[in-house]
Write a protein that binds this ligand. Structure first.
Ligand code: AMP
Length: 496
């Protein structure tokens, strides 16, 4: 199966008429920059039509003050996108627009559909033309199609019936902002109050930066419809269990975000402490791989009583190594990114803590670097269990062939990365540290058992099927009456 990963950050704002959405979205995207550095985009509705500005690059590269001033409107959505192999193109930048006889919508998506190929073939057979490779365009076409037959709420419900995978979506239909979180709650999404309106975002840090107040997480299967700074909520689907992504806690989210009720920093501290209990070792100092290992190393130091001291310094002016395509680039990037603080590590036994080992390249490079600087022993401690299976649901990880732990036992990985000892967190330790029941987490990358059906992989539980939708809820939605979507809207793209 070819994978087009969609590892992203999304945001939406709805103000009362007089406020400017674009500036708010711009600040929020800054807070979500860690979720995607490849491209950024904003779409606003000015009361008449949609306006979009998007481009390749980081938030400050894509927008300037003049652009933001020109993007007038009190409702809007924004998106940052992560770099992915094969998908690094301007056409895949979001928000995406899709037009039809019934109008134009704009959509931004965090997540990954596993049935997008089938859906796309079906839509292409009906004569729909796709401009990008992304599954987001599939969602947009489906929604536009359903809107030709149903009112807004029913169209959204029909859409959810068809999608399998992870999706936190923000959509503009006219001046309405629609927010949808998949029934398993795989990707995060939260709601906050800001002066004069509301904001929804992948992570609560986006609300913090706006001086807003986090209200709550969007519930899995919930849909919110915002209009002029007020909103209505619909619980369209209720699953027995959820499948929150553990990798958000391990690596992806910012530690100052609250995700599904848990502060990521606290989770990481607990993981560090658990790691020290599970894999004790005698050493002189505990040192993190910056920045991803820092909170874990502090937790490890606290629990073990071994001094915390930095042995590596990060050059902050370089992007994450993972985003560079091709192996050579990645290795060069590691060398550019990290340097040792020699006197802190020379002649010492060190507990080196990082969040995860994916291919093993980074750990090997870092340990070699430390040995060159005179480190006596390097005991690697990893804040996640071994990653043995690819992610199909939105984390850009690697193929199974590339995952070092997919083919080697712990001793084998220890040899590959050239460590004196290697200890991974257990799955039980991870689940306990996160504080969410095992059955409500997606641990596909750690077990090879996924929460949705993926061809060739094992499945633990399935997303709700058509027959399992709640009829009474649907009836209630029908009684709400139709939306004003059928009025056509004009669209202008400001893309440079
Ligand atoms: P590797 O060299 O492939 O073993 O990379 C492992 C390093 O990449 C760890 O230090 C992680 O902090 C980082 N990492 C893990 N998962 C991701 C991801 N999805 N995107 C970017 N970096 C990652």
């Amino acid at each position: 199966m070819t994978l087009l990963h969609e590892e992203c950050g999304v945001v939406g704002v709805s103000f009362k008429e007089e406020s400017q959405a674009a500036l708010t979205l711009y600040y929020a995207l800054y807070a979500l920059q860690h979720r995607g550095q490849e491209s950024a985009g904003i779409t606003v509705h000015d009361g008449m039509q949609l306006w979009t500005l998007k481009d390749m690059g980081m938030v400050p590269d894509v927008f300037n003050r003049r652009d933001i001033q020109r993007l007038k409107g009190h409702t809007g959505i924004g998106h940052v996108r992560y770099s992915t192999t094969g998908g690094s193109k301007i056409e895949n930048c979001q928000p995406l627009h899709v037009s039809s006889k019934s109008g134009t919508i704009a959509i931004a998506h965090n997540g990954n559909l596993v049935n997008s190929k089938e859906l796309r073939c079906e839509l292409e057979r009906e004569g729909r033309i796709f401009l990008s490779e992304s599954d987001t365009e599939v969602i947009a076409h489906l929604l536009v199609k359903e809107l030709m037959h149903y009112d807004l709420e029913d169209a959204i419900q029909e859409l959810i019936r068809r999608l399998i995978g992870s999706y936190s979506l923000v959509v503009l239909v006219d001046d309405k902002l629609i927010v949808i979180r998949d029934p398993l709650g795989i990707k995060p999404m939260c709601l906050g109050r800001i002066e004069n309106g509301f904001v929804v975002a992948s992570e609560s840090v986006a609300i913090d930066i706006l001086n807003g107040e986090l209200i709550r997480d969007i519930a899995p299967g919930e849909v919110l419809i915002f209009s002029n700074g007020t909103y209505e909520s619909r619980q369209l689907v209720k699953s027995k269990n959820y499948a929150h992504c553990v990798f958000e806690y391990i690596y992806f989210a910012r530690p100052d975000s609250i995700i599904d009720g848990e502060l990521v920093y606290n989770v990481r501290m607990r993981i560090g402490q658990t790691l020290s209990e599970e894999h004790p070792v005698k050493a002189d100092i505990v040192s993190p791989v910056p920045d991803s290992g820092i909170t874990y190393a502090i937790g490890f130091s606290k629990k073990s009583g071994i001094d915390y001291m930095e042995g590596l310094m990060k050059n902050r002016y370089i992007g994450r190594t993972f985003i560079m395509p091709g192996q050579d680039m990645r290795e060069t990037a590691v060398r550019l990114k990290l340097n040792t603080i020699k006197p802190n590590i020379e002649g010492k036994s060190i507990v080196l803590v990082d969040d995860s080992i994916v291919r093993g390249t980074t750990s090997r490079r870092i340990i070699d670097l430390m040995r060159k600087s005179g480190t006596k022993e390097v005991h690697m401690r990893v804040a996640s269990p071994p990653i043995i299976s690819p992610c199909y649901l939105g984390i850009d990880m690697a193929t199974r062939e590339e995952l070092v732990a997919a083919h080697k036992a712990v001793k084998g990985v220890e040899a590959v990365i050239n460590a004196d000892s290697l200890g991974y967190l257990s799955i039980e330790g991870l689940v306990r540290s996160i504080g969410i029941p095992y059955d409500d987490l997606c641990v596909g990358c750690l077990t090879g058992v996924y929460p949705v059906e993926i061809p060739g992989e094992r499945c633990a539980k399935r997303q709700l099927k058509l027959s399992e939708f709640d009829e009474p809820v649907k009836k209630e939605l029908r009684s709400l009456g139709s939306s004003k979507f059928n009025e056509p809207i004009k669209i202008e793209n400001l893309k440079r």
